[in-house]
Design a protein around this ligand. Structure first.
Ligand SMILES: Cc1cc2nc3c(=O)[nH]c(=O)nc-3n(C[C@H](O)[C@H](O)[C@H](O)COP(=O)(O)O)c2cc1C
Length: 154
């Protein structure tokens, strides 16, 4: 949907350890790498499932690491960074986790595009088949969000 108007990179954060302030400095390599990737990006688009009406622990852990600087007193890679988010989950289409994200991303000082955003309720078939197929209207909403985010980045 972004086509060639944006270069998109998927952030792999599988190697990021559980946050523990005793190991905050020196910065663990996988943490330095995700911070560097976020710093280089013009914007961040989060795609989230919903766990018990909130964020999956692994995503919260990533955001906790990113919310801290490489050196005490420095700016974080999230501060002022443009961000938008979408989700796919149960019947409510990740409405609850998206509300939580709005609060969290504001606290982190991110430059948030909260509207439009997209929440996709997965059908029982999608859960069984592990295949997400979008309806025309869901695809339209994602397209609208992509357009709006490109404008927001400008
Ligand atoms: C611990 C747990 C809690 C969940 N809570 C919710 C929930 O509150 N709302 C919802 O829509 N789906 C919930 N789900 C279903 C997830 O949205 C679904 O399993 C999704 O596919 C998880 O995506 P992931 O495999 O990328 O983590 C929950 C799943 C788990 C494992």
């Amino acid at each position: 949907m972004l086509g060639e108007r944006a270069e998109v990179a998927f952030l792999d954060y599988t190697q990021v350890p559980f946050f523990n302030q005793d190991m905050e400095f020196p910065v663990p390599l996988p943490v330095a790498q995700v911070r560097e990737a976020v710093s280089r990006a013009d914007g961040v688009w989060l795609f989230v499932p919903e766990y018990n009406h909130s964020l999956p622990g692994v995503l919260k852990n990533l955001l906790d690491w990113l919310s801290r600087p490489n050196q005490p007193g420095e700016a974080t890679c999230l501060f002022g960074k443009p961000v938008t988010f979408s989700g796919a989950g149960g019947a409510a289409g990740t409405a609850c986790v998206q509300d939580h994200l709005m609060m969290l991303l504001s606290v982190l000082g991110m430059k948030m595009m909260a509207v439009p955003r997209t929440g996709i309720p997965l059908s029982p078939e999608a859960f069984k088949s592990n295949c997400l197929s979008l309806t025309e209207s869901q695809e339209g909403r994602l397209r609208k969000q992509a357009e709006a985010f490109l404008t927001f980045l400008d």
